[in-house]
Design a protein around this ligand. Structure first.
Ligand code: KG4
Ligand code: ZN
Length: 347
């Protein structure tokens, strides 16, 4: 049997994505972002994101079909992100997908956005290994998952209990006056600073949260970044109160070191204690140079083999939805029909 040609649609945040795959092969990955429209607000405005999806969807679909050199008729199945994400934004993609499915008679598959961040791994390096961990770090999520079977058995081992890591980058960038999105700006500035200049807190690492391997504490594999953000704000205030310029490069480097240290330490701990020997790194913050470096270093030391898809596949896109859709089709999964509604807080 030939591999299925699957069209994937992503609209959970500010990226309108349409991707096309054949089995595990990437054919097209068209992405339009409304990021520019959110810059002056310092964060994604849901209403603006929804309207932008509506504008961008048809051109992005056309671009993907052209890039792949296929027609809608040839597509075997349509996959769409059903959650988690912004309600209004998800609705645009889901409505578009339902309309396409009804008009063409193709089966429609509702896809979990987070699992799609893992599923995208098949497009770069083929089938995912068994016994896989996935570290997803973005503006909306910070999670460590255990993936036994991509299409049916994914377990959440740990996650942030407050801000996502990317969100912390964005908030700290605002405190430091670096603009939005903050991740790339801090990453760049941090190269000029000393990561050891200031010892910022590593959230949820005290013994009462960690427990032991035998008796895990309540947050052994979880993260918290809101205290860190507050510590950065206090630090800047102290310099200003003393009439001094805050050393922004040192603060950026020290903040980044705190984030990356605690993310990688806990992810590697979760893998080691669950016998996980393969880790996939995904999400927009996977673009961060220090996160990539320290994850590689600590995985190597722990005997974990690491996979990091190219950045354009790590940030939100339609190809990841198509990739997971194709996995579901190939595993004989049932289509979702057209009666489902998006679930903004899908686990
Ligand atoms: O996955 P993504 O494109 O969208 C979602 O949030 O789902 O991730 C965007 C986030 C933003 O918070 C941005 O600041 C962060 O990823 N980011 C980075 C870097 N590039 C993007 N954070 C740290 N370092 C970077 N180089
Ligand atoms: Zn995402």
């Amino acid at each position: 049997r030939t591999e299925p040609l699957v069209l994937g649609i992503e609209s959970s945040c500010d990226e309108t994505g349409v991707g096309i795959v054949r089995g595990n092969t990437l054919l097209a990955n068209a992405v339009s972002s409304s990021m520019e429209e959110h810059v002056r607000f310092g964060g994604v405005i849901p209403e603006i994101a929804s309207r932008a999806h509506l504008d961008a969807f048809v051109p992005t679909l056309r671009q993907a079909l052209e890039e792949a050199g296929v027609t809608l008729d040839e597509v075997d199945a349509i996959a769409v992100t059903s959650g988690p994400g912004l309600a209004g934004a998800l609705m645009v993609g889901v409505c578009a997908a339902k309309a396409l499915a009804l008009a063409t008679g193709k089966p429609l598959y509702a896809i979990n956005h987070l699992v799609a961040h893992v599923g995208v791994g098949v497009l770069d390096g083929g089938e995912l290994p068994e016994n896989l961990g996935a570290l997803l770090v973005s503006g909306g999520h910070t999670e460590i998952l255990r993936v036994r079977t991509l299409t049916s058995d994914v377990e959440l081992l740990g996650s942030t209990i407050d801000d996502a890591a990317g969100e912390a980058y964005d908030k700290v960038a605002r405190i430091l006056g670096l603009g939005y999105p903050g991740g790339p700006a801090i990453d760049k500035l941090a190269r000029e600073g000393n990561p050891k200049a200031i010892r910022f807190p590593r959230g949820l690492t005290q013994p009462k949260y960690m427990g032991s391997a035998e008796v895990p504490g309540p947050h052994r594999y979880d993260w918290s970044f809101s205290g860190l953000k507050t510590a950065v704000a206090r630090c800047v205030e102290q310099y200003e109160a003393a009439g001094q310029e805050p050393p922004v490069a040192d603060i950026a480097a020290s903040f980044q070191e705190a984030v990356v240290d605690v993310i990688t330490a806990k992810a590697v701990l979760a893998c080691t204690e669950h016998g996980i020997t393969n880790l996939l790194l995904g999400g927009g913050v996977a673009a961060n140079s220090r996160l990539r470096e320290l994850t590689a270093e600590r995985c190597a030391a722990a005997g974990i083999s690491l996979r990091v898809p190219p950045i354009r596949l790590c940030t939100d896109n339609g190809a990841m939805v198509a990739a997971l859709g194709a996995q579901v089709v190939m595993a004989g999964g049932e289509p979702s029909g057209v009666a489902f509604t998006p679930d903004p807080s899908q686990p």
